[in-house]
Ligand binder design. Structure first.
Ligand code: NAD
Length: 419
């Protein structure tokens, strides 16, 4: 069965989504070519001194997809499977996500091929400082502002901020977002992506006539995005019946106590040995008996093999690109509704934008202000996408893309083509 699967390329998926949307937009071919092409791509190969005294080579990337609408924004991923193709796709998704949310950024992404769990804290710090130095020709508060993604966290962002600041000779908190509060981080940033997933999911449920009390949710991935999305949906009264992490999944049809599960995971490092649930596989989480599925791990997990078995009628894409082109086609055919990644998980970049604005002004907002502004922006854009989908009779992702691409096109037209 696996042998029959198509080779997965995140860039192919990103390009297919883009191509599908531009078919509804009547744009000239040369402009389409410009919009889809990454502006610059940096590959860095660099040595890191390991604790045993030996040197090990690592490969990393930083890609700017578009700078048309402002400085570039996008996370940094530490994962053994990072490739330039993946970073390229993630950078393009950032362009559309920022444009859709109406925040004045272009799209970027970075990554290092590394399993951070295999490194000691000191090795991780040295790797981060070296990678930050290698990509320092691209990052700056005015030019390109990284943030956390899979495998990175506020501590790693603090090291990047410190490294950049040491090179400059003054502290530059606005060079990176998702930092700890003590060095210019924002209230609510850690929870922002998961909270945004909740806002859009509850709104979609309302439009689909689904009551939280009668709604069963399955969540794949229990990291920054998945755990908070699960918690927030549980707080809204939804029944979280299955969750997973890289080690596998657990199920409890009566509903998991998500707060307790988070405490358990913090102690044991995984969800799979949680006592109040039956152990299941990751595949069984994706195909669990549920009404809402929140994929919040990595790309390409809902493919043509998984899609026919998915039971959910609403998919809230916490992760970037969790669905392949073939998987999505199968689910759309069945009438499954998607909250597309560039909308669903945009809470993270939105509060990153708030963090950057606060850093530049050295004036900080309360958590209530952050969450309220986030709620307003998420709902405003949810409704824009929902209405565009209804009006043009297209799916939610294609509607989101047409809005986002249209905003970038407006900026291209206003700026003109240099020289
Ligand atoms: P994370 O590293 O905090 O968590 C990832 C989770 O996925 C972990 O629980 C891990 O165990 C699990 N996982 C990894 N491989 C898996 C597998 N094969 N099967 C099942 N689970 C697996 O990462 P994160 O920041 O929560 O990011 C998750 C997704 O959300 C990514 O697609 C990321 O690009 C996207 N995203 C993150 C943010 C953010 O603010 N952190 C914002 C927008 C989008």
């Amino acid at each position: 069965m696996t042998a029959m699967k198509r080779r997965y390329s995140a860039s192919d998926v990103a390009n297919a989504q883009f191509d599908k949307a531009v078919r509804f937009m009547h744009l000239p071919d040369d402009l389409v070519e410009y919009l889809r092409t990454p502006k610059r791509e940096l590959t860095v190969n660099f040595p890191v001194l390991m604790d045993d005294g030996r040197m090990r080579m690592f490969t990393g990337y930083r890609i700017h997809h578009s700078t048309v609408k402002g400085p570039t924004k996008g996370g940094i991923r530490y994962h053994p499977d990072v490739t330039i193709d993946e970073v390229r796709a993630l950078a393009m998704w950032m362009t559309w996500k920022c444009a859709l949310m109406n925040i004045p950024y272009g799209g970027a992404k970075g990554g290092v091929q590394v399993d951070p769990k295999e490194l000691s804290r000191n090795e991780l710090r040295r790797l981060t400082r070296r990678y930050a130095t290698e990509i320092s020709i691209l990052i700056s508060p005015e030019g390109d502002v990284p943030a956390p993604d899979v495998g990175t966290n506020p501590q790693i962002m603090a090291w990047i901020m410190d490294t950049y600041s040491m090179h400059r000779g003054y502290s530059a908190p606005a060079v990176v977002t998702g930092k700890p509060i003590s060095v210019g981080g924002s209230q609510g940033r850690i929870e922002a992506t998961g909270t945004g997933v909740m806002f859009t999911t509850i709104e979609a449920m309302r439009h689909l006539g689904m009551e939280p009390g009668d709604t069963r949710v399955a969540v794949q991935g229990f990291g920054n995005v998945g755990s908070v999305a699960a918690l927030r949906l549980w707080e809204q009264g939804c029944r979280v019946v299955a969750v997973s992490d890289v080690n596998g999944g657990i199920r409890n049809p009566r509903g998991l106590n998500v707060r307790d599960l988070m405490r358990h995971q913090a102690k044991s490092g995984t969800v799979v040995d949680y006592p109040d649930g039956e152990r299941i596989s990751n595949y069984e989480v994706l195909t669990a008996d549920c009404d809402v599925l929140v994929p919040a791990a990595l790309e390409g997990v809902i493919d043509e093999i998984v899609a026919p078995e998915v039971k959910a009628r609403l998919i809230a894409e916490g992760a970037n690109g969790p669905c392949t082109t073939e998987g999505e086609a199968i689910l759309l055919e069945r009438g499954v509704v998607f909250i597309p990644d560039i909308l669903c998980n945009a809470g993270g970049v939105t509060v990153s934008y708030f963090e950057w604005v606060q850093d530049l002004q050295a004036f900080f907002w309360t958590e209530d202000e952050i969450v309220e502004r986030l709620r307003r922006i998420m709902l405003e854009n949810f409704h824009a996408v929902w209405d565009a989908a209804l009006e043009k009779k297209i799916d939610m992702r294609t509607a989101a893309y047409t809005l986002a691409i249209g905003r970038v096109v407006d900026a291209v037209e206003a700026r003109g083509i240099y020289p």
